[in-house]
Write a protein that binds this ligand. Structure first.
Ligand code: GLN
Length: 493
């Protein structure tokens, strides 16, 4: 059961092999057993979960009154703690929101609940989604289930660790610069960041609004397809939500790949990628050629500027978004202060962690009167060039492939003392966000094979704008002939 696909779980519920309550209980019991060692969940509430499961059992019994029951009805999942959930606290991994309970649900939460999915709890994450290792959470680091001395990636590290350990069949994540794809890669999962605007950001605590996008994380591309079908769609409450005809993202899943043109950016295959990652990615490309695809070299000449541009734009937007946490309207307020200004500054000084403060300082600086043109405006121009590179590259290929992360999961502390080293973890993922493109990561092998614990490697697929169905097709065909996505860490059995 714990290794079953969402389709299999759905079939088991439809055939009454077990109830949604029984299914949720299996995962709740696993959370109780394994979470203390992993720290993937911040909040669980057995009674609330089981009430949702009972409601799902009831809708399967009585039907949905004319409309078809969603295949997801009764299947459990967990939410990254960046999504507002009514009745469950929403912390965003921060002390400043440690006791915050939202009065409403995020659009993504609403949609998955409307499909009948059952919430197992809220997942740990880097504070305000700033990080690549989950070491910045106020609630402590998340451990990688493949090797607990290693990070799970970030910022959706709780989501990734929970699925990898089979504490949940699926989870939500968010990706501002790689936070779905990089932890998916480091934990051996499949994760998808949609085209910017496809999934509503309403109720998703904002980090960098022009980059943030929610997406599914699960074991396989097929599972992600079902989740994306339920998550995507126009929402008038998010001004950047796109009004488009709803799509069935599964429509191309079974198409053969003969004739597929895969673009390999020269810049993604140069220095900087570890040899074990390179070997696994090359082997995946060989598999794709066997499936009938051809590969062609493409150029993304400005991709080297993506990390610097991102670390101007993302902190700039964060410094503005995070100004709402002032101790008045939300969360933590300092116990002692003499006047209003001191109340703000003390509440923020106490409530935010070091990385969040660093970003607020950088963001405020690059937006300040004297430096706006030199930094912020420049970064926006680079962003445009990066998008133009992709437009040119997609003239010669249908999808782009490369590594998701330059290395497999690293040890705790290995990069936390040096922010720039940490920022470089997202060197292959950030340009996608700057351009607003969709991207995926899927497991394609293991690295670090000389040591005790081989660690998963992720293959990145970047699609053209609105190319989700194509990317999922490309990923699914690979997963039909490989079994990397079915592997789980032995110790979590
Ligand atoms: N690691 C990147 C950062 O720290 C990306 C995070 C994200 O995608 N949320 O900003």
């Amino acid at each position: 059961m714990i290794n079953a696909s969402l389709k299999q779980l759905s079939a088991a519920l439809a055939a009454k092999k077990l109830s949604a309550v029984e299914m949720a209980t299996i995962f709740l019991d696993r959370i109780e057993k394994f979470n203390p060692a992993l720290n993937a969940f911040i909040t669980t509430d057995r009674a609330k979960t089981l009430a949702q499961a009972r409601a799902a059992d009831e809708s399967r019994k009585v039907g949905a009154g004319g409309t078809a029951i969603s295949p997801l009805c009764g299947i459990p999942l967990a939410h990254k703690d960046i999504f507002c959930t009514r009745g469950w606290r929403t912390t965003c991994g921060s002390k400043i929101l440690a006791d915050f309970v939202s009065p409403y649900d995020a659009n993504v939460v609403e949609k998955l609940a409307a499909a009948g999915m059952v919430t197992l709890g809220k997942l740990n994450m880097d504070e305000f989604a700033m990080g690549s290792s989950n070491e910045s959470s106020y609630f402590g680091p998340v451990k990688n289930p493949w090797d607990v001395s290693c990070v799970p990636g970030g910022s959706s590290g709780g989501s990734a660790a929970a699925i990898a350990a089979r504490l949940t069949p699926a989870a939500t994540g968010t990706d501002t610069g790689g936070s779905i794809r990089q932890p998916a890669a480091l934990c051996g999962l499949t994760g998808l960041k949609p085209t910017y605007g496809v999934v509503s950001r309403y109720g998703m605590i904002a980090f960098a609004s022009s980059l943030d996008q929610a997406g599914p994380m699960a074991k396989s591309a097929e599972d992600c397809t079902l989740l994306l079908n339920a998550m995507a769609g126009f929402d008038a409450r998010d001004s950047t939500s796109l009004e488009r005809t709803p799509e069935d993202y599964s429509r191309d899943l079974d198409k053969p790949l003969a004739g597929l043109r895969i673009g390999l950016p020269k810049e993604f295959f140069g220095e900087g990628m570890d040899t074990d990652v390179r070997a696994a990615v090359e082997a995946a490309l060989t598999e794709y050629r066997k499936l009938g695809a051809t590969t062609v070299e493409v150029r993304l000449p400005n991709s080297g500027l993506s990390v610097p541009a991102y670390y101007v734009i993302a902190p700039a937007e964060a410094s503005s978004n995070l100004s709402r946490f002032d101790g008045v309207r939300y969360g933590h307020r300092a116990a002692e202060y003499d006047d209003l200004a001191e109340m703000y500054s003390r509440s923020r000084a106490q409530g935010f962690g070091a990385e969040v403060k660093r970003r607020i300082l950088i963001g405020t600086y690059v937006l300040s009167h004297g430096y706006y043109d030199a930094y912020y405006l420049q970064a926006q121009k680079i962003r445009r060039l990066i998008a133009a590179d992709f437009v040119a590259a997609f003239k010669d290929c249908d999808v782009i492939m490369g590594p998701t992360s330059p290395s497999v999961a690293f040890a705790f502390g290995a990069k936390s003392a040096d922010p720039v080293q940490m920022y470089l973890s997202d060197i292959y993922t950030i340009s996608t966000n700057l351009a607003g493109l969709p991207g995926m990561s899927l497991p394609c092998g293991f690295g670090n094979t000389q040591l005790a614990n081989p660690m998963p490697v992720g293959l990145q697929i970047i699609g053209n704008w609105f190319g989700e169905a194509k990317m999922l097709n490309v990923a699914h065909q690979y997963q039909k002939v490989t079994d990397w996505h079915t592997r789980m860490p032995e110790k979590m059995r």
